[in-house]
Design a protein around this ligand. Structure first.
Ligand code: KIV
Ligand code: ZN
Length: 509
């Protein structure tokens, strides 16, 4: 069976999702997980856009051994040089060059005629080829480019040594049948040894369908992101493309190198580190993807799973049998369960985690997998927080004006302040604002009980906006006011950690 290469761009295009910017350390964590997942190529960043992007490409190149590590560059010498420098550490480096080819981009963005575009594309691939063997070229906005001119550009860069030609549907305008025809036309007219890749955006909700149609017509590399993250409505979701190819292998007749059992874990890690929640009804990795609510469906499932389930949750790594832990559970049981759920902590971090687990077990009789996942994710996201919640005291009731006293820790300093508010959470947030001297606008606030029972932990997700930047935060506790405070601070910490990186970025693609 022919192989389709999976090119993951979560760390580059995915990171262009509003509010999703990642530090280089976070990118490395995700890259190592992508390696376990079995992706063929990791697009690690756009080095010219910020020093942290360049650092991410460098450290990913140093640490990832089994995947090609790729860096993006415009067709400009300074971009190419910066990408090549960042790729120095990679064992299998790839340079990804892009240049817009559509009429609308030529006329309004680049102000260049067809001949100039052709010349630049040729020259820059020729220049880069002196330093690197593996070059991918993307004619940006390819799906809106005149097919004959698109072919001319593709032929030119292939002659100069590009090995992969990526056809982006940059603005998510394509329709599966039409996009498939375009890929067929290119496949029939480009040299056989050229790998045709596709890169589809989801503006019309067709990114996955367009990618699959392209595969049916000869594309042998798909660019995608975990959870479908990406610019605007996102990119084709890796987990959806791959599971289509797996579940309907009879139809597509191609295979990938993806270890599907790693999909769920990868999705959770990306959601935790970017702070962007996965919508509950999202295909493959959404919380409801394997839940059967209707009585008729439940009855069918009990009689035979295949009546209403086309994917066994185990296939994407959702642990089946649930083991309930409690206050008598020891380190060994906890460590084993965490491992099954996909979390491994170094010894000192594990001890800290064990203490948190015991504290929770004091408040909550039964600790379920979802409780452990929430606790472990809290641990992952609370790396190097600027502020931590030390103490809070709330006064609230039907005949009192709600007020909050809050103590935050910043470095070695403890800072305390108080405020009134419309309700206990509002008072808490206003007191935090007085300490941080930031004025976030609360855009979203969501609270859910992560298990049943009165002692359930509450999980709060918030989205705040500071200086036009949106960031998400999550907090978990058996006390919902504490969970609210943690979520708010988590978002503020994300903002503070990332604002420096963001300011220096060129969001140029
Ligand atoms: O969407 C796009 O066109 C891109 C290119 C850089 C491949 O992201
Ligand atoms: Zn893109």
């Amino acid at each position: 069976m022919e192989r389709v290469l999976i090119f993951d761009t979560t760390l580059r295009d995915g990171e262009q999702s509003p509010g999703a910017s990642l530090t280089s350390d976070e990118k490395l964590k995700i890259a190592l997980q992508l390696e376990k997942l079995g992706v063929d190529i990791i697009e690690a960043g756009f080095p010219i856009s910020s020093p942290d992007d360049a650092k991410a490409v460098r450290i990913i190149g140093e640490n990832v051994k089994n995947c090609v590590v790729c860096a993006l560059a415009r067709c400009k010498d300074e971009d190419i040089n910066s990408a090549l420098k960042a790729l120095e550490t990679a064992q299998k480096p790839r340079l990804h060059l892009f240049l817009a080819t559509s009429e609308i981009h030529r006329k309004y963005k680049l102000k260049k005629a067809k001949e100039e575009i052709l010349k630049i594309a040729r020259e820059k691939v020729r220049y880069a080829k002196k330093f690197i063997e593996d070059i991918e070229f993307s004619p940006e906005d390819a799906s809106r480019t005149e097919p004959d001119f698109l072919l001319e550009v593709c032929k030119a860069v292939a002659e100069e040594g590009a090995k992969t030609i990526n056809i982006p549907d940059t603005v998510g305008y394509a329709i599966p049948e039409e996009f498939g025809k375009l890929i067929k036309f290119l496949r029939e007219n480009l040299p056989k040894e050229i790998i045709i890749s596709v890169h589809c955006h989801n503006d019309l909700g067709l990114a996955v369908s367009n990618s699959l149609s392209a595969i049916l017509n000869g594309a042998r590399q798909v660019e995608c992101t975990i959870n479908g993250l990406g610019e605007r409505a996102g990119n084709a979701a890796l987990e959806e493309v791959v599971m289509n190819l797996v579940v309907r292998k009879d139809y597509y007749k191609v295979e990938t190198n993806i270890k599907t059992e790693e999909i769920f874990k990868t999705s959770r890690l990306v959601s935790t580190l970017t702070g962007i929640p996965v919508q509950p009804n999202k295909a493959i990795v959404g919380a409801n993807a394997f839940k059967h609510e209707s009585g008729i469906h439940q009855d069918g499932i009990l009689k035979h799973r295949l009546t209403y389930e086309i994917i066994d949750p185990k296939m994407i790594g959702i642990p089946k049998s649930e083991l309930v832990l409690g206050k008598h559970s020891g380190r060994h049981a906890l460590r084993e369960r965490l491992k099954i759920l996909g979390f491994e902590f170094e010894e000192d971090k594990f001890e800290k985690f064990f203490e948190k687990f015991k504290n929770l077990a004091e408040k909550k009789k039964e600790i379920h997998d979802v409780d452990l996942i929430a606790l472990a994710e809290e641990e992952i996201i609370s790396v190097n927080p600027v502020y931590t919640l030390e103490y809070f005291h709330i006064i609230s009731g039907s005949s009192t004006i709600p007020s909050a006293t809050v103590r935050l820790k910043k470095g070695n300093k403890i800072i305390e302040d108080a405020s009134r508010g419309d309700g206990p959470v509002d008072a808490l947030y206003k007191a935090i604002d007085r300490i941080t001297k930031l004025s976030p606008i609360l855009k979203e606030y969501k609270i859910t009980a992560i298990t049943g029972g009165k002692d359930a932990q509450g999980e709060v997700t918030v989205c705040i906006e500071i200086d036009g930047e949106r960031v998400y935060g999550k907090g978990v506790s058996t006390d919902i006011i504490e969970a609210s405070g943690k979520a708010y601070l988590n978002a503020i910490n994300f903002y503070l950690l990332r604002s420096n990186i963001e300011k220096k970025k060129i969001k140029g693609t």
